[in-house]
Structures are given as C-alpha cells and as structure tokens.
Design a binder for this molecule. Structure first.
Ligand code: TXA
Ligand code: MG
Length: 351
C-alpha cells in the first residue's frame, strides 16, 4: 500500500484540503491525523472492518479498545448511554480538549471498536485539523495513538511514518503536536468517576468541577504488580518503550548526576552503548556521548512535549542502556512519570 503524506497547516487551511482524507474515511480506510495530544490513527468507529484494519496496522491486541472522537455533544448522546450530569459538567469544562470519558456504549458502536467491552471511550479533540476532519467526513473517528503497538506515541508526522508507512492510506502532517502525552481517561460508567490514565487534565483540575474523583490503583502502583489489574486494558501492556534497557534514577539532584555518571562509566567500560535523558538544567553535567535534554524543569509542559521524541531518539542512537532523571509526581508530573515508569518497565534506582 502506498501511504499518501499530505501537509496541512493547522493555523491556516481550507476544509477542501481535507477532501481526500474524508473520502478515505468514508470508504472505511485509515488516516493518521494530528490531535492536541498525540497523532491518532483514524478509521470509521461504526464500521467493524475499519477497526479491524486499525488493529492490524498497529499490531495491537484486539482486546484493547479504541477511543471514539466526536465534534459535538449530539454525537456523544448518539454513541453513549447513561450520560450523567457530572459527565456533562466535565464536557462543559474540558471539551474540546485532552479528556476522554468512558460510558456505557450504545448498540450501534460495534464491539470490535470497544475491544469487546460494553463501554465506549469518547473524546472531543480541540485540534483544528482533527475537528474539521470529524465534521467534514461526517464520521465518528475511532483513533488509538498512531504508533506500532508498544512503541512511544507519535508527536510528529515523521514518527507515524517511521511506524506505519505502507500500512495505512494517508498521513495528515500538521507538524508537531502541542501537549505530547495522551489524553486523561476518566471512567464515568462507575459510581465514582475514576481516572484510568493520567494526562494533561490533572486530578486537581477535575476536582475543581466534581466533588469526588478517584484514581485507579494500577496508576499509582510503583511496580508492575500482577495483583493489580489496570481497568484501561491498554495500561497493562509494556508501552512507550525504547528498545534499550531504561533505568530511572531518583533522588537529590547532585546525587542523581553522580550515580548516572558512574553507571555510564561502568557500561562504557563493558563496551555497551549508553545514553542519558537529562533536563536543560543538567545536560552539561554528564560525561556521555549521548546526552539528550527533554526540556526545562521550569516548564513541565516542555518535558511532556519532548518525552516521546526523546524515547524514539534512543532507538536511533542505538542505545543499549538508558539512564533518566526523574520528576516530581504532582500535577502534570504524574502523567510524565507514569509514561516514564512504563518505558523503564518500572526499573528505578533510588540514591
Ligand atoms: O490522546 C489520546 O487519547 C490519543 C489521541 C489520538 O486521541 N489516543 C490514544 O488512544 O491515546 P490509545 O488507543 O493509544 O489509548 C486508549 C486507551 C487505552 O489504554 C485503552 O485501553 C483505553 O484507552 N480505553 C479505551 N476504551 C476503553 C474502555 N471502554 N474502558 C476502559 N479503557 C478504555
Ligand atoms: Mg496508545
């Protein structure tokens, strides 16, 4: 299959530029497109053969459900049942935006889209290209992140091409995304709304709207505990992972720098290829051929936006061992560390 790559300027495009993408979606084909969080791999959410193609292209286990992307509130009622007052309040405050909510599904949503579940995940993205694509195609777009299953989510069209070239019909290249981490997922089908995946919309932000929000224990787990089963099927898989073995070093900054430099020396003596994931504040302090800064600690947003690109770069370098600094687990830091811990398969050294 030849994958068409089409550039589109998110700040300045005409809806006609999306014609080909819309017609692909209407025919049951696949289009990767930018959202404010990460690139999505889109197909018609109501067509079984479209979701089957998505699973195929990604190599994704078919019990891992997809998120249905919509552009207006009528569409929510069309795909979801039992939409509570609380859910409407969250929609009012955070949609369009990086929040996904889970509801009881309506009959018309095929189980191939929901990974066999009776619930459906719904999100109204804010990215202008994503919004226009949903609106102009008239299709509810099922879209997981547009990466090969297990790899870091794509934050640039180039990442999508790296993973899916020749496996999908089209990539809409709208440049680098803004947030860089996947949406916050909140289960609204349970008595108390429950965060299943941390993201840009933090627990604190949700609590400004709702009295009671809980967190799925699988998120806060410090290890890969087989007794705690993640409620979002996707969260149980090894994920976001570079090919090398990644270790997070936690502790007071000077001690972390010393320990990482020691580990780098040790691995280099063994003849291995080593890389360090540092921050703008510390990158000068490491003695290693490959030191990459994810961003400045002063702006957590830049770290979220840079994380997946850096994880992919580790593969380009061919790093066999990767040592990374750690981050405070408050606010957006919780989502950043959640992804980093998974990338490192919970391999943490405390100093
Ligand atoms: O920001 C995002 O959410 C991006 C963009 C493209 O919108 N999409 C994304 O999709 O991250 P994906 O497929 O990579 O992650 C979806 C997550 C998975 O962990 C999946 O298990 C969970 O959502 N999920 C989907 N439907 C669910 C359901 N009915 N119940 C529980 N978890 C669900
Ligand atoms: Mg994903």
């Amino acid at each position: 299959m030849n994958t068409i790559i089409q550039r589109i300027d998110p700040e300045n495009f005409r809806d006609e530029e999306l014609q080909e993408a819309c017609s692909i979606l209407q025919k049951g084909g696949l289009v990767a497109f930018p959202t404010e969080t990460v690139y999505g791999l889109g197909g018609d959410a109501l067509r079984q053969e479209a979701s089957a193609k998505i699973y195929m292209a990604k190599g994704r286990p078919s019990d891992n459900p997809l998120i249905v992307h919509i552009a207006d509130m009528d569409s929510l009622r069309d795909v979801a049942d039992n939409v509570s007052e609380e859910a409407l309040q969250l929609a009012e405050n955070f949609w369009p935006g990086p929040l996904t909510m889970i509801f009881k599904k309506r009959e018309k949503v095929p189980k191939s889209t929901t990974g066999g579940l009776e619930t459906v995940a719904v999100r109204m993205p804010s990215h202008p290209v994503a919004r226009a694509l949903i609106r102009e195609s008239g299709v509810y777009i099922a879209a997981p992140s547009a990466n090969t299953s297990g790899r870091p989510s794509p934050t640039k069209a180039e990442h999508v091409r790296e993973d899916l070239d020749g496996r999908i019909d089209m990539i809409l290249d709208g440049g680098a995304v803004g947030i860089g981490l996947e949406s916050t997922i909140v289960d609204m089908s349970t008595n108390v709304p429950t965060i299943l995946r941390p993201g840009y919309i933090t627990k604190e932000m949700l609590e400004r709207v709702l009295d009671n929000v809980q967190v799925d224990p699988a998120i806060t787990a410090k290890t890969m505990n087989p007794n705690i089963v993640a409620k979002a099927p996707g969260m149980k898989y090894r994920h976001y992972a570079p090919k090398g073995q990644m270790t997070i070093v936690e502790g007071e900054s000077e001690a972390v720098i010393r320990e990482i430099n020691r580990l780098v020396r040790e691995k280099k003596q063994e003849g291995s290829s080593v890389a360090v994931i540092a921050t703008a504040e510390t990158e000068m302090r490491y003695v290693c051929d490959h030191v990459k800064s994810i961003g400045s600690r002063k702006t957590e947003g830049s770290i979220a936006a840079g994380l997946y690109d850096i994880l992919r770069e580790m593969d380009h370098i061919g790093a066999e061992y990767i040592y990374a600094e750690s981050f405070e687990q408050d606010g957006l830091g919780k989502a950043i560390m959640n992804r980093m811990l998974k990338a490192a398969a919970y391999h943490v050294i405390k100093v």
